[in-house]
Design a protein around this ligand. Structure first.
Ligand code: DQQ
Length: 591
């Protein structure tokens, strides 16, 4: 059915297929329970939701009452969103995620649940957490898992109560001897954390508890995203028994003007090396990362600093006083990390919404995918994080196509044959010799602006050179992922762009171009690019994971066997391809 679903991904996680046509086939019991809940007659809801979306478009502030992705539960679309509470237990990886089982009827958001042995192939199970008690009767929103001593998983998540307030609840597995953790039971003491008149917490800006960590004093700590007026913050709670939680006097950290911090994350990273460490580690061989999904900007930002355990304060490093660095400079939101103690790595999961129109989403019948899980660690410079697809994804590689090192002259287009162009993993490295031809950047310019104004067609000194993917034979459609090199203040800036402006003849799509600078010195290093191509996903890693950009494209011609891949150089200077490997990717079992 790839012909009538050309955009469904083959190896990026998305709602199981049979949730779309016959959603009752997977877990009738649970869904029937849900459907017995009183629901608004369809026609009323439909008009309500259109009216609602109209209101939303008018008044932004209204949306802080309802989370951003709930509006992605368009009528009849089965929206997958935030990854929730990822953990490893019983030799299995558990992924939960925000899901509207009844398509449109938002407010019944549940924690859908899938398990995997390798983070690549996933088996769906019944939803783990769904509205069932007053403290979450209007929805089970995002949260995180913590492994308590004795390896007992505990999930803290946001519930929406009958007054539509956001409160924090606890759920634990009913049966620890079930490695699939199919059944979860909620604390009868829920909600464990709630807005009160005393704590002046805004009940529509209080959500997404993090994985908890254990302090030297034997007390647990957890963060909850919040804001007061425009000051975004990470509220801190402490607990001795993981049940009674006391709000700390001060947030762990806050930034004036940053707006609501959704899906916060707080974790240590080794100063040296690529291994991950447990969330509770706090020694002088780690640094700490504080991340937030900024509701006002719809991007995931992070800062590096140190965690002062005595004061329960995060002190950002110089240059990180504001949220500047992002995990991914494309479409990427509500990400979560977890420590995979099996392979001693920290794994990052992110949600990528659609760039298609609402009408097209309804036609597709699904919306939302997750990126390939990424190992994440601190770059040796200590100034940024590095991300790389987990090595297990390489098991899907088939039929390698390798090209010998060769020049790629200015204006040259090199067609790559022998690869399934809609389902591929491409690695290419470039060497640049004529740096003297690099264009001069007179003044600092945002990378996304540079990429948008100087698309892949505009010739300049050094670049654009890179890949054309989802390219139609006549190049009526193509998505270009490319480098440009500029000279700026006596050094070279390497720009990485993912240009979607020509990706589809269907202009109803969001064709925004994305860009970032990659901290690579072309005098000393090759420029490497890896792009994972998967039907409607272009997930790119520049500089071995120092610059990541995820995009969604919906070509009308360059689909199935009519898509092409090219290497290209539209600069005036020649460049050299020093390494080229491409693989056709096999279909993963993501149901
Ligand atoms: N999505 C969840 C919220 C979170 C938002 C609701 C982020 O908990 O803040 O589906 O996308």
């Amino acid at each position: 059915d790839s012909y009538n679903q050309p955009y469904r991904t083959a190896y990026h996680f998305q709602p199981p297929k049979n949730w779309i046509n016959g959603m009752y086939s997977i877990f009738p019991s649970t869904l029937l329970k849900l459907s017995l809940l009183p629901f608004i007659p369809f026609f009323l809801f439909f008009s309500f939701s259109l009216l609602f979306k109209y209101l939303m478009s008018l008044t932004y502030s209204f949306s802080c009452f309802l989370s951003f992705d709930m509006l992605n539960g368009h009528v009849g679309v089965f929206g997958l969103a935030d990854p929730n509470g990822p953990l490893r237990y019983g030799g299995l990886y558990h992924l939960f995620y925000q899901y509207n089982p009844k398509g449109a009827v938002w407010g019944h958001i549940v924690w859908a649940h899938s398990v995997s042995k390798d983070l690549v192939n996933w088996t769906p199970l019944d939803p783990a957490i769904f509205p069932s008690q007053p403290s979450d009767i209007n929805g089970c929103w995002s949260g995180s898992a913590t492994l308590l001593p004795g390896n007992e998983p505990a999930i803290l998540y946001t519930g929406i109560n009958p007054q539509n307030q956001q409160v924090q609840n606890l759920a634990k597995p009913k049966n620890l001897s079930d490695p699939f953790l199919r059944e979860w039971e909620k604390s009868p003491k829920n909600p464990l954390m709630a807005p009160t008149s005393a704590n002046e917490i805004n009940s529509s800006s209080f959500r997404d508890p993090t994985t908890a960590w254990l302090g030297q004093d034997g007390h647990w700590r957890v963060l909850v995203g919040s804001k007061r007026r425009t000051r975004g913050m990470a509220l801190l709670y402490r607990s001795k028994d993981f049940s009674d939680w006391i709000q700390a006097k001060h947030p762990l950290h806050s930034i004036l003007g940053s707006g609501m911090w959704e899906c916060p994350d707080f974790f240590p990273v080794l100063k040296n090396g690529q291994l991950g460490v447990d969330t509770s580690v706090n020694d002088d061989y780690v640094r700490h990362v504080l991340k937030a999904s900024l509701d006002d900007r719809k991007h995931d930002y992070y800062m590096i600093g140190s965690y002062n355990a005595a004061k329960d304060k995060f002190i950002p490093d110089k240059g990180f006083e504001e949220f500047v660095l992002r995990y991914d400079y494309g479409k990427y939101y509500a990400s979560k990390t977890f420590f995979d103690d099996g392979k001693k790595r920290r794994v990052l999961l992110g949600w990528v919404n659609e760039s298609s129109s609402v009408a097209d989403d309804i036609k597709k019948g699904w919306s939302g995918i997750h990126t390939i899980p990424r190992a994440i660690w601190l770059h040796k410079s200590g100034k940024q994080l590095v991300q790389w697809p987990v090595e297990e994804i390489e098991k899907l590689r088939a039929k390698p196509v390798n090209l010998p090192p060769q020049a790629l002259k200015g204006g040259k287009l090199l067609q790559i044959n022998g690869v399934t162009a809609t389902q591929a993993d491409v690695e290419i490295s470039f060497e640049v010799s004529e740096l003297g031809k690099a264009g001069k950047l007179k003044y600092w310019t945002e990378p996304q602006i540079l990429c948008s104004t100087k698309g892949s067609s505009l010739r300049s000194g050094l670049g654009p050179f890179g890949l054309l993917v989802f390219a139609s034979e006549g190049l009526q459609e193509f998505t270009s992922v490319f480098f440009r090199i500029f000279r700026y203040q006596h050094k070279y800036l390497v720009l990485l762009c993912s240009d979607q402006s020509r990706s589809s003849l269907n202009k109803n799509n969001d064709l925004t171009t994305y860009g970032t600078f990659v901290d690579v010195n072309p005098l000393q290093e090759k420029l490497s690019l890896r792009t994972l191509i998967d039907h409607s996903v272009v997930e790119s890693f520049g500089g071995e994971g120092r610059g990541c950009i995820t995009a969604r494209v919906y070509p009308t011609l360059a689909i199935n066997d009519r898509a092409q891949i090219y290497a290209f150089n539209n600069g005036t200077a020649d460049v050299k391809i020093t390494r080229f490997s491409a693989w056709s990717m096999k279909q993963a079992y993501i149901q």
